[in-house]
Ligand binder design. Sequence first.
Ligand code: SF4
Length: 357
Amino acid sequence: MSATIVRLPEPPRPARRRAPLEDRPVDGAKRVLLAAPRGYCAGVDRAVIAVEKALERYGSPVYVRKQIVHNIHVVTELEKKGAIFVDQVNEVPEGSHVVFSAHGVAPSVVQEASARQLHAIDATCPLVTKVHREAVRFARDDYEILLIGHDGHEEVEGTAGHAPDRVTIVNSPEEADTVQVKDPSKVVWLSQTTLSVDETMETVDRLRARFPELHNPPSDDICYATQNRQVAIKKVAREADLVIVVGSANSSNSVRLVEVAREYGAKAAYRVDYADEVRQEWLDGVRTVGVTSGASVPEVLVREVLDALSEAGYADVEEVRTAEEDLMFSLPKELRQDADGKRDERALGGRTRRSAR
Ligand code: SF4
């Protein structure tokens, strides 16, 4: 997807005070291994820009159903600009503008918004939409769909809502051992986009042991960004005494990065939203700190963590890159033209968010 790249200003750093970390001696040189790729993916970037552009074009308030992306800092900054986050479309005044989040929605939500005469802007990530289409197609072809994902996650609700009579959610490898299907010869698995690749494959193996004719999705449902961030942290974790993942507690791919780091050799791994959550005791005896961030995390939050680590003597930062990413998505169709009907150049792609260091 080619695009003109337009650099927009970085979001402001969080105005949070924190006590400086102490530079305590350890046995050997201190260093940071900074995983790459990390942080914003194309779907998140597009969704955040969609809310910013909607505010620019229609003025405040613009309503957003659910958190536009699962990051508390991003949501707080958009609230300051005039976005109002709601849980359901029935909380949005009739005739208002509402943005659907990157995690996607069920068709019933679109219908409800239309019934309330809302002006909907659909910021569903195109890679989530791809899974929706798969669900619709397999349901139409009479398959039972085993949807591997976390029950209650917005993305899973949205995907299941595209084939409500056909989908059974499989939360874990253990559930693969007990889930029931009506016809084992007509069953397919799909997945949430932000799962652990290894755990999902374990779930699929266990499903296939019970249902040998289990059909595969046409292509990976776990998205490129989730996979790339996991590959990078696996490499870092092998050499790290401690891994710090920047990301919010409700961010599935951030939480998976903590788990993957532990599985692949990090002696300890923790998730933080902000630099002030890094604890002095985590650094005791630590020579190598791995740092990464989830797909919904702006780079400013990683920089804050690096600054805090630098105070503690971890000023030597080496980037460990395992993939290049240049994917960008066009903005939602409702925002591709400016108010005068001309094509808006910013609609051609997202920001580039290369490492600031
Ligand atoms: S994590 Fe993947 S599926 Fe989710 S918004 Fe980013 S690119 Fe899209």
